[in-house]
Design a protein around this ligand. Structure first.
Ligand code: NAG
Length: 197
């Protein structure tokens, strides 16, 4: 499945107040770390699935479920840690040298838009990677056995957007629309409503 990042950018809905330079750098760094962690876990899920196909025996599929489930739970933990980190950054007043230009200079509109686009692209990449991998797992293992693992994850993802929005004082409309679409697709797949499940 492919999603246009340009579509996300076009829809970004960049309503922005004044995130400081340091907070923008922090948000980008938290999301960059999260993206790397997510790709490690989705890579492990794909490696487990690589030995299976929809025609594999029920026993082989059943054996893969706890492994895939543990990786999904690791993704959920990583997302929740990132949310906690973003929330604590938002709650922490910034420490700055009184001589720092950043402390008094309001970021330009271009700088603020640039930061919002960078976090939007990171969030979109994280969401697409997670949902595409889950759809691959569901296609092979079925939705019923995975829903217990996916439910906490799908509950956490919208909170990640909210945490970034709160930290940077931006509205990430395009990313929210993208996530809603992905979660709807996932819900249909989990319910066995897509394809020949
Ligand atoms: C895992 O597989 C999905 C498709 O099933 C793909 O979209 C995703 O990029 C893959 N991730 C990694 C890290 O291999």
């Amino acid at each position: 499945m492919r999603f246009s990042l340009f579509g996300v950018l076009a829809l970004s809905g960049l309503s922005i107040a004044t995130p400081t330079i340091a907070k923008r750098a922090d948000a980008v760094s938290v999301l960059t770390d999260l993206k790397a962690q997510v790709f490690t876990f989705t890579g492990a899920i794909n490696a487990t699935l690589a030995t299976l196909s929809p025609d594999s025996s029920a026993a082989d599929k059943a054996a893969a479920v706890p492994e895939v489930g543990a990786q999904i739970t690791s993704i959920t933990s990583a997302v929740n840690s990132a949310i906690a980190e973003l929330n604590s950054l938002a709650a922490t007043p910034e420490k700055r040298s009184p001589l720092s230009i950043d402390a008094i200079e309001a970021p330009t509109w271009e700088k603020r838009q640039e930061a919002a686009i960078i976090v939007a692209v990171l969030l979109a990449a994280i969401f697409v990677e997670i949902i595409a991998t889950l759809l691959g797992a569901i296609a092979i293992l079925g939705g019923a056995v995975l829903i217990v693992f996916t439910t906490p994850l799908t509950a956490a993802l919208p909170l990640l957007i909210l945490a970034v929005e709160a930290l940077l004082n931006v509205v990430l409309g395009g990313v929210t629309v993208l996530l809603d679409t992905l979660l709807t697709t996932l819900a249909l797949a989990l319910a066995g409503a897509l394809g020949g499940l």
